[in-house]
Ligand binder design. Structure first.
Ligand code: 5GP
Ligand code: 5GP
Ligand code: 5GP
Length: 210
C-alpha cells in the first residue's frame, strides 16, 4: 500500500503574546468568556514546506465543525483565546485556523479533533512564559535583547525559535509571536528546516505586560 501523499514538510507552531496584540494602534477585544490569562496563547499550527512556501485552504469539503471538538472547547478558550474585534467565543478564530491551515495537514492529522488536540499537546510541552521568566525575562514593559529571548527558549527546549515582532502605539518593537517547528506527525518539536521570512526585530525588544 502506498503511503498517504505528503503534501507538507513540517509545521510552524505559533504562539502569541496577548499584551503585544492588544497594546497596538489596532488594539484588541477580550473574548466573550473574559480576559485571558497573562500567558502565551496559541495562534496556530501551520503546515509548511522546506522551501518556505506553504499550502492553505486545502479542502472546502471539511468545514470547521465545533461539534467535533466540543470536549476541547473549555481548554481552547483558556489556551487558544481570540483577541480580535469584535469579541467572540473563539469559534471564528479556530474555524479560520482549521480551514486555512488544518485542512492542509489532513494527510497526518485527518480529523479536526486530531489537529486541535495536537496543538493543545504542543502548548503543554513548552511553557514559554515559564521559560522566559526563569531566565529573568518578565512581561513588565522592560526591554530584553532578542538574543537573550532566543537563547532562553533554545536552552530550555533544545530548539531555536523564530521571533516575530510588532510595534506598540509608541512605535517600540516588541515580542509578539514565537514560532517553533514540529514534525509532520504534529507531536515532536524539531529544529526549523527554514525560518519564516519577515521583517527583522530590533536587537532589544519590549515584553509588555498584559
Ligand atoms: P502575516 O502576513 O500577518 O505575517 O501573516 C498572515 C497569515 O498568513 C498568518 O496568520 C498565517 O495564517 C499565514 N502565514 C504567514 N506566514 C506564514 C508562514 O511562514 N507559514 C505558514 N504556513 N503560514 C504563514
Ligand atoms: P492568520 O493570520 O492566521 O491567517 O489569520 C488570523 C485571523 O484570525 C485573522 O482574520 C484575525 O482577525 C483572526 N483572529 C481572531 N482572533 C485572533 C487572535 O487572537 N490573534 C490573531 N493573530 N488573529 C486572530
Ligand atoms: P543573526 O544571524 O546575527 O542572529 O541575526 C541577523 C539579523 O536577523 C538580526 O539583526 C536580527 O534583526 C534578525 N533576526 C535574528 N533572529 C531573528 C528572529 O528570531 N526574528 C526576527 N524577526 N529577526 C531575527
Amino acid at each position: 500500500v502506498l503511503c498517504a501523499a505528503q503534501d507538507f514538510d513540517f509545521f510552524y507552531f505559533v504562539q502569541q503574546w496577548p499584551g503585544s496584540y492588544c497594546d497596538t494602534k489596532q488594539s484588541c477585544c477580550y473574548p466573550t468568556t473574559g480576559k485571558p490569562a497573562a500567558d502565551f496563547g496559541i495562534h496556530g499550527l501551520w503546515p509548511n514546506n522546506r522551501n518556505g512556501s506553504y499550502p492553505s485552504n486545502c479542502n472546502p469539503n471539511t468545514p470547521f465543525d465545533p461539534s467535533k471538538i466540543s470536549d476541547l472547547k473549555r481548554t481552547m478558550q483558556s489556551v487558544w483565546p481570540t483577541l480580535a474585534c469584535p469579541s467572540g467565543d473563539g469559534t471564528a478564530f479556530w474555524s479560520h485556523e482549521w480551514e486555512k491551515h488544518g485542512t492542509c495537514s489532513e494527510s497526518t492529522l485527518p480529523r479536526q479533533h486530531d489537529y486541535f488536540s495536537a496543538a493543545l499537546n504542543l502548548k503543554k510541552q513548552v511553557d514559554l512564559l515559564n521559560i522566559l521568566q526563569n531566565a529573568g525575562i518578565e512581561p513588565n514593559g522592560n526591554f530584553y535583547s532578542l538574543n537573550s529571548i532566543k537563547g532562553a527558549v533554545t536552552a530550555a527546549s533544545g530548539f531555536t525559535p523564530w521571533i516575530e515582532c510588532n510595534v506598540d502605539e509608541s512605535g517600540n518593537g516588541q515580542l509578539y509571536q514565537v514560532y517553533m517547528c514540529v514534525d509532520t506527525s504534529g507531536f515532536n518539536f524539531i529544529g526549523c528546516p527554514v525560518f519564516p521570512k519577515g521583517r527583522r526585530c530590533p536587537s532589544d525588544i519590549e515584553f509588555p505586560s498584559f
